[in-house]
Design a protein around this ligand. Structure first.
Ligand SMILES: Nc1ncnc2c1ncn2[C@@H]1O[C@H](COP(=O)(O)OP(=O)(O)O)[C@@H](O)[C@H]1O
Ligand SMILES: [Mg+2]
Length: 374
């Protein structure tokens, strides 16, 4: 593959703008004139709709604006991409972010697509979920590269650390996840129980299912919120909190106070802040401490010209660095409780009585439904 120093960015077949390499390692970005006339800012804080060349910093996203960094595979998808590059005689270290975005092409999460695109994998035969899980486990445990093409085709563009595939289920777009080498085998059933409990707590979730397995209690799957039905043929633009703030989810540097302010500024809606409050309560009471800046996403509703919080995802019993919350609650990552939750609510302007009622309701529901995980 040749080095790439210029890449066009599209949204539903409309040219958003162009990225070009500046000083060999920074992907500068400029909106197209057509997009400036009738588009929207794809990342409002760092890429407002203005005619100029925007230049990113090198750290912490390797010279890429966060909204484009969101399009890159992480953990699992990156591992597959690197293995497949090696298999094709390419040294992954010799290629930068523009080549990696070209490999993502139009297969990425969210709405943005990149051209020219580069094909890496080859089409291969369908497999059962148990076969896929076994292949994922093999890849994680050894230098196996037998079925890379298939897994790459299915999950090479995905985000997140766990092995997963992006696939059609009854004509709809779904994500199905498999245990990572650090998970216990029934993590799928746990994520399912967490999702059902979150729904009961009044948290918005996409439809979820536990897909049958002969090896474990099942694989967790969820319908994608960044895809519309085939007839609508649409893709929804999204950006994570990490992307909006030009930071890395690997650095635990957020507090829910900040996330609240971000939500209010972006969505202009106290209703969205109340949604976030409910999620924060759930994360605290259900011990979902891997609440890092890529586990919060905002969707752009083009028809209404506004941003909203995406449905919740990736809810499990988890830890971040040192066992703490990745996103601290009123400064407390070790053992946040009711007082910290209420302090976050108060600062953003959620009424005390409302906050107390929501927090107690979530607490009771979690205690009842997720007791066995605590
Ligand atoms: N229902 C969904 N629709 C669209 N994108 C999703 C959905 N659930 C998760 N994602 C995206 O996929 C990424 C990985 O999913 P996640 O459940 O966080 O996996 P992991 O356990 O590997 O972190 C997330 O960071 C998010 O960007
Ligand atoms: Mg995740």
């Amino acid at each position: 593959m040749d080095r790439i120093n210029k890449l066009d960015v599209f949204y539903r077949e409309r040219l958003v703008g162009t990225m070009a390499l500046y000083e060999r390692c920074l992907a500068a970005f400029e909106y197209s004139d057509a997009w400036l006339a009738d588009g929207f800012p794809i990342s409002p804080f760092s890429l407002p709709l203005e005619k100029k060349v925007f230049i990113p910093k090198i750290d912490p996203l390797e010279g890429l604006f966060g909204v484009f960094s969101d399009s890159l595979p992480d953990g699992w998808g990156r591992l597959l991409t690197d293995r497949l590059m090696l298999k094709n005689g390419m040294n992954p270290k010799q290629y930068g972010n523009l080549e990696r975005l070209a490999i993502v092409g139009d297969s990425g999460m969210g709405a943005l697509t990149y051209r020219p695109s580069v094909e890496l994998g080859q089409k291969s035969q369908e497999r059962s979920l148990d076969e896929i899980a076994a292949e994922c486990a093999q890849i994680l445990h050894e230098d196996y590269n037998g079925n890379l093409d298939y897994l790459f085709e299915k999950g090479g563009s995905s985000g997140g650390a766990r092995p997963k595939i992006l696939t059609k289920v009854d004509g709809e777009d779904w994500i199905i996840k498999f245990p990572s080498s650090e998970d216990y085998e029934n993590i799928g059933a746990e994520e399912y129980d967490y999702a059902m409990c979150a729904k009961e707590c009044g948290i918005e979730m996409m439809p979820v299912r536990l897909f049958p397995s002969e090896r474990c209690e099942g694989y967790f799957g969820t319908k994608r919120f960044d895809r519309l039905s085939d007839e609508e043929n649409g893709r929804i633009h999204m950006v994570t909190a990490a992307g909006l703030l030009e930071t890395s989810h690997r650095i635990p540097n957020m507090d829910y106070h900040l996330l609240m302010r971000l939500t209010l500024q972006l969505t202009n809606s106290m209703e969205e802040c109340e949604k976030l409050f409910r999620r924060m309560c759930f994360n605290v009471f259900a011990h979902n401490r891997d609440d890092h800046s890529k586990n919060f996403t905002f969707l752009y509703k083009e028809e209404e010209q506004r941003w909203v919080l995406s449905p919740a995802y990736d809810l499990t019993y988890s830890y971040s660095i040192g066992g703490e919350h990745a996103t601290t609650v009123n400064g407390n990552g070790v053992n946040p409780g009711m007082a910290d939750l209420l302090a976050v609510a108060k600062e953003i302007g959620i009424q005390g009585a409302t906050a107390r009622r929501v927090a107690s309701q979530v607490n009771e529901c979690v205690e009842e439904r997720l007791r066995k995980y605590m």
